[in-house]
Design a binder for this molecule. Structure first.
Ligand SMILES: C[C@@H](N)C(=O)N[C@H](C)C(=O)O
Ligand SMILES: [Zn+2]
Length: 235
C-alpha cells in the first residue's frame, strides 16, 4: 500500500480514447511493446478524454516559451498484465545488473531488489481500490524534444531505478550541466502542472490527473480543499 491508495475512487465513466499522436512526439517503437509486453488488442497510446485535453494544454504552454518544441510520449495506458510484465522484467534486469542469477539470490538480496523495483513501479494490483496509475488511463510518462526533434537531456533515462529519477535530484549540484538538467526538468514540470497534472515525487517523467496519486498530491499541498480520484482502472 502507498499513501495515495487511501484515496477513494469515484469512477466518472469518462471514455479512454486514442491520443492524437500527430500533435506530439512519440517514443518509437514503444519501449514496452519492444520488450514483448502483452498488450493483446490494447494500445499504450490511449488516455482518458480530458487527460488528453490537459496534455494538449501543457504543450500549448510549452510552445509559448519554446515554439515548435514537443512533449514526447513515452508511455500512457498500461493494462495490469503489462504492469506485471514490466515489474517482472525490471526485477530480472536488476538481478542481471548486479551480476547475479535469480536462483542464487539470498532472501536479503531478493528483498533489496524487490524494494528497488517497487521504488519506481506500482504494484500490479487487481484490487479495484488500488489500481496501478497507468491502468486508469490517467497517467502518462513524458519528456521533451526541441525544435530540431532532439530529445532534451534530463540527466537520466526514463525508468532508471536510481535516485537520479527524483525530479529535484540535480537541484543542488554546483555544476553547469547538472543545472541544465534541473532547468529542463523544471520546464517539463511547470508546463504539466500549469495544465493540471501532478508529478510523481520519485520520477521526473510521470504525471497524472484525476487518479489516486494526483488526488493525494493535491491534498498534500491543499488540505483545505480535499479531492478524491475520478478515474479507476480500465480493463
Ligand atoms: C516506472 C514508471 N514507468 C512508472 O510508470 N512508474 C509508476 C509509479 C507506475 O508504475 O505506475
Ligand atoms: Zn508513469
Amino acid at each position: 500500500m502507498r499513501p495515495y491508495h487511501q484515496i477513494p475512487i469515484f469512477e466518472c465513466g469518462e471514455p479512454i480514447i486514442a491520443i492524437p499522436l500527430e500533435l506530439f512526439a512519440v517514443e518509437s517503437p514503444h519501449p514496452y511493446e519492444k520488450l514483448g509486453a502483452p498488450y493483446s488488442d490494447r494500445s499504450p497510446y490511449y488516455l482518458r478524454q480530458s487527460v488528453i485535453e490537459n496534455l494538449i494544454q501543457a504543450q500549448n504552454y510549452l510552445n509559448l516559451l519554446h515554439p515548435n518544441w514537443r512533449i514526447q510520449i513515452f508511455d500512457a495506458y498500461r493494462p495490469i498484465a503489462v504492469q506485471q510484465f514490466m515489474v517482472d522484467y525490471s526485477f530480472a534486469q536488476a538481478v542481471q545488473d548486479r551480476g547475479l542469477t535469480e536462483v542464487e539470490l539470498s532472501p536479503n538480496q531478493r528483498q533489496e531488489i524487490w524494494e528497488a523495483v517497487y521504488e519506481i513501479w506500482a504494484v500490479p494490483s487487481w484490487d479495484e481500490k488500488t489500481p496501478p496509475p497507468h491502468s486508469t488511463g490517467a497517467a502518462v510518462d513524458v519528456t521533451l524534444v526541441d525544435d530540431a526533434a532532439q530529445i532534451i537531456n534530463m540527466g537520466s533515462p526514463i525508468d532508471e531505478m536510481s535516485e537520479r529519477s527524483h525530479p529535484d535530484y540535480y537541484a543542488n549540484f554546483d555544476h553547469q550541466q547538472a543545472q541544465k538538467y534541473h532547468t529542463h526538468r523544471q520546464l517539463l514540470g511547470d508546463v504539466m502542472l500549469k495544465a493540471g497534472f501532478q508529478r510523481n515525487p520519485r520520477e521526473w517523467w510521470h504525471f497524472s490527473v484525476g487518479d489516486q496519486m494526483w488526488a493525494w498530491l493535491n491534498n498534500q499541498s491543499n488540505p483545505a480543499n480535499p479531492v478524491i480520484a475520478r478515474y479507476g482502472r480500465v480493463l
